[in-house]
Design a protein around this ligand. Structure first.
Ligand SMILES: [Zn+2]
Length: 155
């Protein structure tokens, strides 16, 4: 006895008048043969979908288990992002500044607080803008102060 999966005599009701073109009319998988051709309702969104649909054609979610003989591995992607970005430089402490950059900024933009902004001291920079570098005295003091700093200093 030969086991035939193709069921050559199986015809759809509308295809009765059509001439049979071959012995193999339709090749369908077992899941389709088990269920009559029709529609079913998605258990997720309740939409009307074909009965042989594994994924809902409306909401895209899985409505049928994919166990055609061999079981599909369940892939659970659990990406938990535990990366806490502890940026110690964001607090305004421990930042490295170059002495020469600060010196040049103090020389050319000192009256508007260029070196103060470079050191991250925006408040002092704004104060320098309105007071023209503490009437020039602040810039002078800062220039000498920066001059005697190490090349890489911390602000
Ligand atoms: Zn759905």
């Amino acid at each position: 006895m030969e086991e035939n999966n193709y069921t050559p005599n199986r015809t759809t009701p509308t295809a009765e008048a059509a001439p049979v073109q071959g012995t193999v009319t339709e090749v369908r998988n077992d899941q389709t043969l088990a269920q009559s051709q029709g529609t079913k309702f998605c258990k997720h969104c309740g939409g009307k979908i074909p009965s042989d649909a594994v994924l809902c054609t409306l909401c895209g979610r899985q409505v049928e288990e994919l166990n055609n003989g061999h079981s599909q591995p369940q892939i659970v992607i659990n990406n938990t992002n535990d990366n806490i970005n502890a940026n110690i430089n964001a607090g305004g402490i421990g930042r490295v500044r170059n002495k020469w950059v600060a010196l040049v900024l103090c020389l050319f933009f000192g009256l508007i607080g260029g070196h103060k902004f470079y050191e991250g001291k925006a408040g002092m920079g704004i104060l320098y803008i309105f007071t023209m570098g503490l009437f020039g005295i602040g810039v002078l003091v800062d220039f000498i102060s920066i001059l005697f700093k190490p090349v890489h200093y911390y602000v």
